[in-house]
Design a binder for this molecule. Structure first.
Ligand code: BTN
Length: 332
């Protein structure tokens, strides 16, 4: 869903974080000052806070870099551009993954991309909520269709994790790792996550919607709703996070080729790199599968991308699914 032209116009003006008077805004947008005021109030419903000062006007409490189709497209590589069929940017949406899943029956081509400023029902793994405040983070999903069945693309989320780490390294973000299966971690805190949703027949074809959430800035009031240790790029880089538009384009530059080649490359092409970013290996951890728990020392992943745990009896057991916590109590 898009904001009205008026609401977008006001937000575009205020995005710089400077003061803009009611008169300036109403003249620029050719509406009354009351209409401006109404829109400002409506923006508060999206968590966009502003200060009003007599004689100065309105100023956002924090500048916002709004997503811009042109800036993203200009920053794409030729390869990525050729693999993308369309880019949709929504001001507000339930979930970028859910949006593409809804589209998937009507589209025959791969490469549809959806980004949003705000998700009202952002989805995390295992039915969790993905906290998605307005204009601060990257919420991005890509739809890809494969001729083969889901078995051929097993491990695709691990490959996507590798793609994200490659991007973050280009932005000189250090200390980043992967927590099996595909959480992006920094010093024991979650920086981002990947949600892969697959539909189709066992023998194929199948459709993948791969969604990525990357924390660029989490306002304190939204952080209260996150039920695990988290971090964002603003805190890691001490107030100098990468541009969201360039970050989104860079993610697409890495991710599109991963998606396009995964049915032929398979997980093998990413295993060694994934292992080099593994932040669980050597740690004591617990795998939670439903109400059951299995603790031991993490020995890495096997060639199928399954988590290997060495239990007290010395046996190394592969796990295909489950939530992993660094200690037995905290399910992070
Ligand atoms: C996780 O739990 O680690 C996965 C989080 C995935 C969040 C992203 S944000 C963009 C896309 N749309 C969603 O609703 N979820 C994914």
């Amino acid at each position: 869903m898009e904001f009205s032209e008026l609401r977008r116009g006001i937000l575009n003006k205020l995005a710089d974080g400077e003061f803009h008077s009611g008169t300036e805004l109403s003249e620029a947008l050719k509406v009354s000052r009351t209409a401006v005021w109404k829109q400002l109030n409506a923006l508060q419903e999206f968590g966009i806070e502003f200060t009003a000062v007599t004689g100065k006007g309105y100023r956002l409490d924090r500048p916002i870099e709004l997503l811009q189709q042109k800036v993203i497209k200009d920053a794409l590589t030729e390869d990525a551009r050729s693999l993308i069929s369309a880019i949709f940017i929504h001001d507000q949406i339930h979930s970028t993954n859910a949006y593409l899943i809804e589209q998937s029956d009507h589209v025959t081509t791969s490469g549809m991309v959806c980004l949003a400023e705000y998700q009202t029902a952002g989805k995390g793994r295992r039915g969790r909520q993905w906290v998605s405040p307005f204009g601060n983070n990257v919420y991005l999903s890509v739809l890809w269709k494969y001729q083969s069945g889901p078995a051929t693309i097993s491990g695709i989320s691990l490959a996507a994790g590798v793609a994200i780490i490659r991007v973050l390294k280009k932005f000189d973000v250090s200390g980043i790792g992967l927590k099996w299966p595909n959480d992006i971690y920094w010093n024991g805190r979650k920086l981002g996550g990947i949600l892969v949703e697959v539909s189709g027949e066992t023998e194929g074809p199948c459709t993948v919607v791969l969604g990525i959430g990357l924390n660029v800035f989490i306002p304190d009031k939204d952080a209260e709703n996150i039920d695990q240790e988290w971090v964002d790029l603003t805190r890691i880089t001490r107030e100098k996070p990468p541009s969201r538009n360039i970050l989104a384009a860079s993610v697409l530059n890495e991710l599109m080729t991963v998606l396009a080649k995964f049915d032929s490359d398979g997980i093998n092409a990413y295993l060694n790199e994934w292992r080099s970013y593994d932040c669980l290996r050597g740690n004591c951890a617990t795998v939670h599968i439903g109400s059951r728990q299995f603790s031991g020392v993490v020995e890495g992943i096997n060639d199928n991308g399954m988590l290997l745990i060495r239990h007290d009896d010395g046996k190394i057991v592969p796990y295909a699914s489950g939530e992993v916590s660094f200690n037995p109590v905290d399910i992070s």
